[in-house]
Design a protein around this ligand. Structure first.
Ligand code: UDP
Length: 140
């Protein structure tokens, strides 16, 4: 299996509730290694650019407002099959559909305030990582 990298974001609902450590524990227990991490607050333009693929969706404006409402923790996770492994430990977008033991099942408030983001393909991961981190910030 290939060693991959993926972008993870701990969202404002989770930083507000001071549960970043609980989420990080789940990621590490899944075998994912944090090789870059920083706490930032996005501007509207940064959030709009990150979620540009969803621009036409009805939830876009609310999502941008939510993602700029407080601090986020952005991370690069590395490991075997990291993209799929992170999606698995995150759980389904809607916490009502997320499997027991997943981050979203345990911590998400609702389909929007769902605690974490994870890239959905290796290709998108590379683009998302480049948007958030400088190459020298990744320490593998
Ligand atoms: N989202 C939302 N309403 C929806 C679907 C998605 O508010 O009906 C938000 C939610 O925060 C989600 C993000 O938009 O995580 C991106 O949606 P996507 O379908 O890409 O889900 P993900 O890949 O995060 O599971």
């Amino acid at each position: 299996m290939a060693i991959e990298r993926t972008l993870s974001i701990i969202k404002p609902d989770a930083t507000a509730r001071n549960i970043t450590g609980k989420i990080i524990a789940k990621l590490e227990e899944a075998g994912l290694r944090i090789i870059a991490q920083k706490r930032i607050r996005w501007s509207k333009a940064e959030a709009e650019a990150f979620y540009a693929v969803h621009r036409e969706r009805p939830f876009f404006n609310d999502l941008v407002a939510f993602m700029t409402s407080g601090p986020i923790v952005v991370q690069v996770l590395e490991g075997e099959n990291a993209v799929a492994k992170n999606r698995e430990v995150m759980g389904a977008t809607n916490p009502a559909n997320a499997a027991p033991g997943t981050i979203r099942r345990e911590f998400a408030e609702n389909i929007e305030r769902n605690s974490v983001h994870g890239s959905d393909s290796a290709e998108n991961a590379a683009a998302e990582i480049a948007q958030v981190f400088k190459p020298e910030e990744l320490v593998g």
